[in-house]
Design a protein around this ligand. Structure first.
Ligand code: PHE
Length: 447
């Protein structure tokens, strides 16, 4: 007996949920500082090229597998009678826990920053003083773990509601709110006196900054930002009905994700330049430079609160997509949704604790390449887990189930030139590019 699979209420609901997964800390926290460090517009151009070739192809590949099999990421491969490939799904579940472990910690900081902004904790401080406060906060033992716990609990609450009643409903409310806040912040940022320098930096390309390692960084960022390579989009695609146009959906999700990354850059970088601060401040751009910018800006109190609310929303719709594939799989193993969600949520919370401690009490513990838990988890995700997962998915769709995949996307008709290009990318271009990320990430090849 098979139980009818839960489906999205509408295709729009799916787009909002999948875009919610894609749009996250990767877009708002990471993308602007990566662009800041890697030559501004030149980085963006390379990034766009990658997203709309390799990224889009892989996104469509994942949706295709999910929609065709109507299964979670592990059982999907069994349905094709290729049980060995279900390793991809197992790897995906491991990856979900690894990403959750640092994602939820950083998302906890964003909740803390909503509180700090609202209570005026940074009032009158300059960047140096804010940097000290930030350092003191993240290296303390209890507070960041409590915020990480609050964030994990919020994630569990949404996923408990189910696919259409929880994830879809939350995404359909939160995503429009996210867009409105972001637009308000862009308008504020670009109308500040002195914003032109930031706009110029962000929008006029300096190709001399582009090196092979920039290209690799853009590739890794595209995977992470689009939530690819670990079965999240596959799982979301499995809740789609046969009538949905998946080619168009993949394109819309990639477009929304990229728009938000660029809007986040437009909200942040012009403001940073307007107050003569450093655009290449790295991960501290959001938590140190920006609060200082808000302190100096007219209306900064209000804009600071809504900025960190925006970050929290973006992180939440992504973290629910990390939990859902785990829940979806364990629901096939005799657990109820409630049991699977609470069990996975508690485990994910516990796995995150060392990441949080690695910035303070456990800073002497080194895991990979002399890095602590948090940096190791992020390194492992970007450089190994997502590329390996993505590579296997490309090869599977491009070489193993090609005719089924083509039919899933184009129906019974002749495949269009675009569909042929898709298969070509999955067969050759994406695998070569991904192997390059792996080799450079592991420093087998240095560029
Ligand atoms: N795409 C999310 C972001 O940009 C992160 C994420 C990766 C979420 C993989 C789910 C799966 O922040």
């Amino acid at each position: 007996m098979s139980i009818k699979r839960e489906h999205w209420g509408s295709r729009l609901g799916f787009i909002m949920a999948a875009a919610g997964s894609a749009i996250g800390l990767g877009n708002i926290w990471k993308f602007p500082y990566m662009a800041g460090e890697n030559g501004g517009a030149a980085f963006i151009i390379i990034y766009l090229g990658i997203v709309f070739t390799i990224g889009l192809s892989l996104m469509l590949a994942e949706i295709t597998i999910g929609r065709h099999t109507q299964s979670d990421a592990i059982n999907a491969f069994k349905k094709f009678n290729k049980p060995a490939w279900s390793f991809i799904g197992i790897l995906g579940i491991v990856t979900a826990f690894v990403i959750f472990s640092f994602y939820s910690v950083v998302a906890g900081w964003t909740i803390a920053y909503v509180v700090k902004s609202a209570t005026g904790a940074f009032s009158g401080m300059d960047a140096a003083a804010i940097g000290d406060t930030f350092g003191g906060f993240v290296s303390s033992t209890v507070q960041p773990i409590v915020y990480h716990g609050i964030f994990a609990a919020l994630t569990v609450l949404v996923v408990l509601g189910g696919v259409s009643g929880g994830i879809e409903r939350a995404s359909k409310i939160l995503m429009p709110v996210l867009f409105l806040i972001l637009i308000a912040l862009v308008v504020r940022g670009v109308t500040l006196p002195g914003a032109e320098k930031g706009l110029e930096f962000f929008l006029s390309p300096d190709f001399s900054k582009i090196t092979a390692s920039t290209v690799m960084a853009a590739l890794g960022q595209a995977f992470f930002s689009l939530s690819l390579g670990m079965g999240v989009i596959l799982t979301y695609g499995s809740y789609l009905g046969k009538e949905a146009n998946i080619g168009r959906s993949a394109w819309q999700i990639a477009l929304l994700d990229t728009m938000v990354a660029i809007l986040a850059g437009l909200a942040i970088l012009p403001a940073v330049f307007a107050f003569n601060m450093d655009p290449a401040a790295g991960p501290g751009l959001t938590f140190v430079t920006l609060p200082a910018v808000f302190e100096a800006m007219p209306g900064g109190y209000f804009f600071s609160i809504i900025f960190f609310v925006l970050l929290t929303i973006a992180a939440l719709t992504s973290s629910i997509s990390l939990l859902e594939p785990i829940v979806s799989f364990f629901s096939t193993k005799g657990f109820t949704r409630t049991q699977a969600t609470i069990g996975a949520g508690v485990l994910a919370f516990l796995i995150g604790i060392p990441s949080s401690l690695s910035l303070g009490a456990w800073s002497d513990i080194h895991i990979i390449k002399g890095q602590g838990f948090l940096d190791s988890a992020s390194w492992l995700t970007d450089k190994i887990l997502l590329p390996v997962g993505g590579l296997l998915i490309c090869l599977f769709v491009g070489w193993v189930i090609t005719p089924i995949a083509i039919r899933e996307v184009s129906g019974e008709g002749e495949p269009s030139a675009l569909v042929k290009a898709w298969i070509f990318i999955l067969r050759f271009i994406a695998p070569i590019a991904i192997v390059m990320i792996l080799l450079t990430g592991l420093e087998i090849v240095t560029l």
